[in-house]
Design a protein around this ligand. Structure first.
Ligand SMILES: [Zn+2]
Length: 390
């Protein structure tokens, strides 16, 4: 009798429990012991996406990969979704279509990552606050290192501007580029690529393609200025923009290896095309960032050289239509380090110490800009104030 009473009691208890399950799904169940799945956030970079699932405490989970359609899912044990959470997040960045979360059963939250085209993924947890992180890598090889492409203007059959005693722009800027690479390489987080590291000819288009192909974060083209007026001197830094300023057109025409007349025609005839291209630049915020980068580099050069040299002339940040900057996907500038046509500056440009000082000051401008530059990610916080779960 004793035994059957026990059995009957257990049976009633189970029935009651069943009824509780039936009428109070998930939320009622020993809420204090469950892990809340609170929010899903993501950051999207080129070739890389990070998805973060915020949870209320350390959770056990399993991960599974499925194909046709490709997806990755995580089952978070002993967990529940909180009411306010958005459970369907559309991403559509070529790597992930979307991320969905649902109460799979009474004690399991399932988070599904709908995949598009991925190379690799990594799932791990971090604490304080607790979160599960899914790092998704796209098909392109991604490096977490910041990459900068330094472009030494001209080269090979193209000497660039020629100063007194056959001082060639191509040689001066190559030496500064090599020095700049060496200085910037002190930072192990920065990868430096040169468009050329010797005296070779490279087309302007190829230089930009190198920067885009390397998926660089910054592109810095180095040049020495020239003017038929020999006493003109100074330092100036350019970003890409349409201009009707004749002096800026002259500089671009020389660097583009076209005549001023061709340059003027291009500015006139192609304004519509140029507007479209500049629209692209603006949409990507590349122009704002290029302006910032130009200012950092220019200020740094002027301030640092001013300490060691007399009569450093600050010609400021300017803009013009430089072919080498057209189509660059990243913030990009063209630096005119000094006038090779000016006898005093040509004398300085011959000196190893001046070239080193130029490289150092450009490097500190780049470093300062990088310390404030945006990371290029889009951030979406998917928390919603209104409950969407039924
Ligand atoms: Zn040049």
């Amino acid at each position: 009798m004793q035994l059957s009473k026990k059995v009957r009691f257990r049976s009633i208890a189970l029935k009651s429990l069943f009824l509780i399950f039936l009428f109070f799904p998930t939320s009622f169940l020993s809420a204090s012991e469950k892990i809340d799945v609170k929010n899903i956030r993501y950051w999207s970079y080129p070739g890389y996406t990070r998805v973060v699932i915020d949870i209320s405490g350390t959770a056990e989970f399993t991960e599974h990969r499925l194909y046709k359609p490709e997806r990755l899912y995580l089952d978070i044990k002993n967990s529940r979704i909180i009411e306010e959470m958005q459970t369907n997040i559309s991403i559509g960045n070529g790597m992930l279509k979307s991320v969905r979360a649902g109460q799979f059963d009474n004690s399991t939250v399932r988070v599904v990552l709908d995949l598009e085209n991925i190379r690799n993924y990594k799932i791990f947890t971090l604490e304080e606050p607790s979160r599960i992180i899914a790092d998704i890598y796209g098909p392109t090889v991604f490096s977490s290192k910041k990459r900068i492409v330094i472009d030494a203007g001209h080269g090979g059959k193209d000497p660039g501007a020629v100063g007194p005693k056959r001082l060639y722009e191509k040689d001066v800027v190559l030496d500064i580029a090599l020095k700049l690479k060496k200085i910037l390489s002190d930072n192990p987080d920065i990868e430096i690529h040169l468009t050329r590291d010797r005296d070779v000819y490279i087309s302007l288009d190829e230089r930009t393609a190198i920067a885009n192909g390397k998926d660089a974060e910054l592109f810095v083209s180095l040049h020495a200025n020239a003017s038929p007026v020999r006493n003109i001197k100074g330092i100036e830094t350019y970003f890409l923009n349409w201009t009707n300023d004749e002096e800026a057109q002259k500089v671009a025409a020389r660097e583009n290896d076209i005549s001023l007349k061709q340059m003027k025609n291009e500015m006139k005839k192609k304004k519509d095309v140029l507007d479209i291209m500049l629209g692209d630049l603006n949409r990507g915020y590349k122009r704002d960032e290029s302006i910032k980068l130009a200012n950092y580099v220019q200020q740094s050069m002027v301030n640092e050289l001013d300490r060691n040299y007399r009569n450093i002339v600050d010609l400021g940040v300017k803009w013009s239509w430089f072919y080498v900057l057209v189509g660059a996907k990243m913030p990009s500038v063209l630096v005119e380090v000094s006038f090779i046509s000016n006898p005093l500056e040509a004398k300085l440009l011959r000196k190893d110490s001046y070239r080193s000082d130029l490289a150092r000051s450009i490097a500190s401008g780049i470093n300062r800009y990088m310390s404030i530059m945006p990371k290029g990610q889009t951030v979406a916080d998917t928390r919603k104030s209104i409950a969407s779960r039924d």
